[in-house]
Design a protein around this ligand. Structure first.
Ligand code: C2G
Length: 129
């Protein structure tokens, strides 16, 4: 069984996220999503989520491509996650291109093109008009 992992906030879930998850799953048979906790988002990414961790987890678990959702609590957990979950491939959108190349010692590292015209920020801006 080939195991894939990806990380993110996935707040205000949209088709850009789904495109990423669908393509990530194509790299294996089992996709783990490490979902940023509310604390990690606020402390490390200065992101205030619209939906709580539990709600975002519920949404992700309903997606056919996703097999397991685990919490992302710190930047440094990727190395141990790859070991602990026997991950073969690490996948992220290319806005992170190069940032996680240190994982190449442990697994395949893939950066996929983002879906260009959609983002949570864009959605929030459009709704505020
Ligand atoms: N994404 C995408 N296209 C978009 C928006 C997002 O492909 N239009 C991808 C991002 O590149 C990322 C994933 O969807 O791979 C989740 O996006 P975010 O929730 O914005 O993730 P981010 O806040 O970048 O968190 O440790 C890594 C971080 O947790 C990544």
């Amino acid at each position: 069984m080939k195991r894939v992992i990806t990380y993110g906030t996935f707040d205000l879930l949209h088709y850009g996220h789904i495109n990423l998850l669908r393509r990530a799953k194509q790299y294996g048979d089992y996709l783990i999503v490490a979902l940023s906790t509310d604390e990690f988002n606020w402390n490390e990414k200065q992101k205030k989520c619209y939906f709580s961790y539990e709600k975002r987890k519920q949404l992700l678990e309903a997606i056919r491509y996703v097999d397991l959702v685990i919490p992302e609590e710190k930047w440094e957990q990727k190395v141990t996650d790859v070991k602990e979950y026997h991950v073969d491939t690490f996948v992220m959108g290319d806005d992170w291109e190069g940032k996680f190349d240190f994982l190449k010692e442990q697994c395949e590292v893939v950066y996929l093109p983002r879906t260009p015209e959609i983002s949570t920020t864009q959605i929030k801006n459009d709704l505020n008009q």
